[in-house]
Design a protein around this ligand. Structure first.
Ligand code: AMP
Length: 249
């Protein structure tokens, strides 16, 4: 089967994010950008399915700026076969991403789309679910294990209080949770080889999807600064503070 893996270019998870002074968003100038960590897990899972003989081809797709080619190249260096960039400098909300991905699915006919459970920039956790709804495909979200069994996909899901295993028909949409796998690092020879793998670049206009924002960001603010801790002299003082200052007992 063919697997489609959407990968998003986001601020690297190690970067301390700064909010712009006009509160319209976060500052992206001169900030290290990387592949969304859950998407690395999605690429890794697709590669493992290919190595197990379940999949034949992996396509990595990103919707974003020209520089999102770096993240697609990383996916290719890890082991994806070809890439597609749908180029835009606009903000693309999850619904618009899902609509574009639906068009790509119609063109490529993959049997499986593996997305991250959420992009760590906006924490939307919407795209996979919306894509499944638009395609009318079954979905296995927050996957911690994926296996193909008797023509179906068995997906173990991380839910409150335990693990839920579901069997879904293919074609399907899966979203990855943190414990699904540990993504591999791309080796230097594979990074070199990835430069020669095909990477198609298209425009939003090629898909006829209206990406105009449906949401208005009212403001973005820094989280409240944590107050410094205090040292107490005795248990009695601790209890007194917990009771009268913190109000937790
Ligand atoms: P979100 O719903 O924004 O939290 O994103 C969930 C997942 O959808 C991500 O982990 C990606 O797999 C995919 N995704 C979201 N936005 C994009 C994008 N611009 N390009 C490619 N994939 C995306």
């Amino acid at each position: 089967m063919k697997i489609l893996v959407p990968v998003k270019r986001v601020i690297d998870y190690n970067v301390k994010v700064r909010v712009k002074s006009d509160q319209t968003g976060v500052d992206l100038a001169n900030v290290k950008m990387s592949m969304n960590p859950f998407d690395e897990i999605a690429i890794e899972e697709a590669i493992r399915l290919k190595e197990a003989g379940v999949a034949e081809e992996i396509i990595a797709v990103s919707i974003g700026p020209e520089k999102a080619q770096d993240q697609i190249r990383q996916a290719l260096a890890m082991g994806a076969d070809r890439g597609l960039l749908i180029k835009t400098d606009e903000t693309v909300e999850p619904l618009a991403v899902a609509k574009l991905l639906k068009k790509v699915v119609e063109e490529e006919s993959p049997e499986l789309v593996i997305l991250g459970k959420q992009a760590i920039d906006d924490d939307s956790n919407q795209t996979g679910q919306m894509l499944a709804a638009l395609l009318d495909w079954p979905q296995g979200t927050f996957a911690s294990k994926v296996e193909k069994k008797d023509g179906k996909l068995e997906v173990t899901r991380e839910i409150d209080g335990g693990l839920q295993t579901i069997a879904i028909n293919l074609p399907a949409v899966v979203t990855t949770d943190l414990r699904l796998n540990e993504p591999r690092y791309a080796s230097l020879p594979n990074i070199m080889k990835a430069k020669k793998k095909p990477l198609d670049v298209k425009e939003i206009g090629d898909y006829g999807v209206d990406i105009a924002p449906r949401l208005e960001v009212v403001k973005v603010t820094e989280p409240p600064v944590r107050e410094a801790g205090v040292k107490v002299e005795s248990v009695a003082e601790l209890v007194e503070k917990l009771k009268n200052e913190a109000g937790v007992i």
